[in-house]
Design a protein around this ligand. Structure first.
Ligand SMILES: [Cu+2]
Length: 186
């Protein structure tokens, strides 16, 4: 009696162990950019990694909507194994919070979807002309984040004004001249 009961339990456990992975949908495991990320560079590509094999859904797999409500145009999207990749034309990008909506077809045929947000820093926004966006950031665009990022205290402690050094140098020079004169007169 006892034996047949434990055999039954074992059989049930084996059945659920087989059944659970078959029923589970793929889940979003990680992404680039990550949920809640604050980005300094324009994310021209979004990568979503799922727990299981996925394929592209009907319609866009990834939709990124900016703070002004403008959706980034998708230039390319692909599903390979457990990863969905989407590339964007980020020319319309604005600084601020963005909503990323994703959609994927799970290998069991169901469509899974979700949303998360990430933030694009002001410094990451490329200048209006597309010509300079590929090149290294100009000194003008770099100067803005520096003043933003640096704590106000560093400005006081770090920089001694030039005139202080000049004055100190003059005082030392005059002192030296006076010393030499005094020596030569006595
Ligand atoms: Cu399913």
């Amino acid at each position: 009696m006892r034996r047949s009961f434990s055999a039954l339990v074992l059989a049930l456990l084996a059945a659920t162990a087989v059944a659970v992975p078959a029923q589970a949908h793929a889940e979003l495991k990680s992404s680039t950019p990550a949920s809640g990320a604050v980005l300094d560079t324009p994310p021209r590509q979004v990568e979503l990694t799922f727990s299981d094999v996925v394929s592209l859904p009907d319609g866009d797999a990834v939709t990124v909507t900016g703070p002004d409500g403008v959706t980034w145009p998708v230039t390319q999207s692909a599903a390979v194994d457990k990863v969905i990749t989407a590339k964007f034309d980020t020319a319309v990008m604005r600084a601020g919070a963005h909503t990323l909506a994703w959609k994927a077809k799970s290998d069991d045929g169901d469509t899974i979807e979700g949303t998360f947000t990430f933030t694009v820093n002001l410094a990451a926004v490329p200048p209006a002309s597309s010509a300079s966006s590929a090149a290294a950031p100009s000194s003008v665009t770099m100067s803005a984040p520096v003043t933003n990022a640096a704590p106000p205290a560093s400005r006081d402690s770090g920089g001694v004004p030039l005139w202080v050094w000049v004055l100190a140098g003059l005082v030392a020079l005059v002192g030296a001249i006076l010393l030499i004169r005094r020596r030569s007169t006595t």
